[in-house]
Design a protein around this ligand. Structure first.
Ligand SMILES: [Zn+2]
Length: 286
C-alpha cells in the first residue's frame, strides 16, 4: 500500500452525506449496484483502500463487499446494525428484544456474509441541541452478553457509543472498537487503552458541521474542542486511534470524508497507522 493509502474505518456506503432518505430510497427494491459502484468509485478516487462499513439494512454494504475488490478496496461489513428494539439504530439496523433474538440475528448476518457484529450501545449526540447523548444506553450486563455471544461465534464487535461512562462500560464489556466516542474524558480514554480497544472517533461528523447551518455553531464548537482534547490525550497514552469518517453522515461525503478525517487527525498530531493496522487485523473477513 502506498503512503497515501487512506483507510475508511467507518462509513455507510448506502448514504451520500447529503440526503439519507433519497440515498436509501435507491435501494428500496434491492441494493442498487449502480449506486454502490458509484460510491465505491468515489472512495477509490480519494485513495481509499480499506472500507469498514457501519451497516445498513437494505443490503448495500453486502453488495459493496462483493464488488469492492474491483476498485482495489478491501471491504468489511456487519450487514446491519443489531440494536435493541426501541433504542437507537433503526435507520441502519434490525432490532432484537432479548438475547435469544440477538443470537438469531447474529446467525442471520453470518449467513448473509457479515464479517463482524455492529451494535449500538448508546444513541447519537444531540447536535441540534446541547450536544448531550440521546436515548438510553445499554447496561453493562447486556453489553457483556452481546459481546460474549458475538465473540463466541468468532466475530469482532464494533460498538456505536458516546458518553464517558458508556465508553467505559463498552470497553469493559469487551467491544473491539468504540465508534464516535464523543464526550470521552481521561477515565474513558484510560479504560480504552487498558482494554486495548480501538477508537474510531469520526471527527468530521462534527468538524464538517462546525461552521453552523443545520446545527448550532456553539454546540458544534464545544463538541469539536472537547473531542480534540480527548484525542490528544489518547494519543499521548498510545491509544489505537483509527481513521473513519462515518461517511454518509450529514456533510460527510463518500471518499472525501475519509480524506478529511485523515487530514484532521494528522493535524492534531495523531498517527492513525497503528490503529488502522490493528483494526484491519481484528476486523478480519468473516
Ligand atoms: Zn455510522
Amino acid at each position: 500500500m502506498s503512503a497515501s493509502a487512506i483507510f475508511e474505518c467507518h462509513g455507510h456506503i448506502i448514504a451520500d452525506g447529503i440526503d439519507y432518505r433519497a440515498a436509501q430510497a435507491l435501494h428500496k427494491r434491492g441494493a442498487s449496484e449502480t449506486a454502490v459502484r458509484a460510491a465505491l468509485a468515489r472512495n477509490r478516487d480519494c485513495g481509499v483502500v480499506y472500507y469498514r462499513d457501519g451497516g445498513d439494512r437494505l443490503g448495500a454494504s453486502l453488495l459493496a463487499k462483493s464488488v469492492a475488490p474491483e476498485y482495489g478496496i478491501e471491504y468489511r461489513t456487519p450487514s446491519a446494525i443489531l440494536h435493541r428494539r426501541g433504542h437507537y439504530g433503526e435507520l441502519y439496523g434490525i432490532a432484537y428484544r432479548d438475547l435469544t433474538e440477538y443470537r438469531a440475528l447474529v446467525a442471520r448476518v453470518r449467513a448473509q456474509g457479515a464479517d463482524f457484529i455492529k451494535i449500538a450501545a448508546t444513541g447519537m449526540l444531540d447536535f441540534a441541541g446541547d450536544g448531550r447523548v440521546l436515548g438510553e444506553a445499554l447496561p453493562f450486563s447486556e453489553l457483556s452478553e452481546l459481546v460474549r455471544a458475538a465473540h463466541g461465534e468468532g466475530f469482532a464487535v464494533m460498538a456505536h457509543c458516546n458518553g464517558a461512562d458508556n465508553i467505559i462500560a463498552a470497553a469493559e464489556a469487551g467491544v473491539d472498537s468504540v465508534e464516535h466516542g464523543f464526550h470521552a474524558d481521561a477515565r474513558a480514554v484510560d479504560c480504552m487503552v487498558d482494554c486495548g480497544v480501538i477508537w474510531c472517533p469520526t471527527c468530521v461528523t462534527a468538524v464538517n458541521n462546525a461552521a453552523g447551518g443545520r446545527f448550532p455553531r456553539e454546540t458544534m464548537a464545544k463538541i469539536v474542542a472537547a473531542h480534540a482534547d480527548a484525542l490528544r490525550y489518547a494519543a499521548s497514552r498510545g491509544a489505537f486511534i483509527a481513521c473513519g469518517s462515518d461517511a454518509g453522515a450529514f456533510n460527510v461525503l463518500q471518499g472525501r470524508g475519509a480524506a478529511e478525517e485523515a487530514a484532521y487527525l494528522s493535524g492534531l498530531g495523531i498517527d492513525t497507522a497503528p490503529g488502522n493496522a490493528k483494526l484491519r487485523e481484528v476486523f478480519r473477513a468473516g
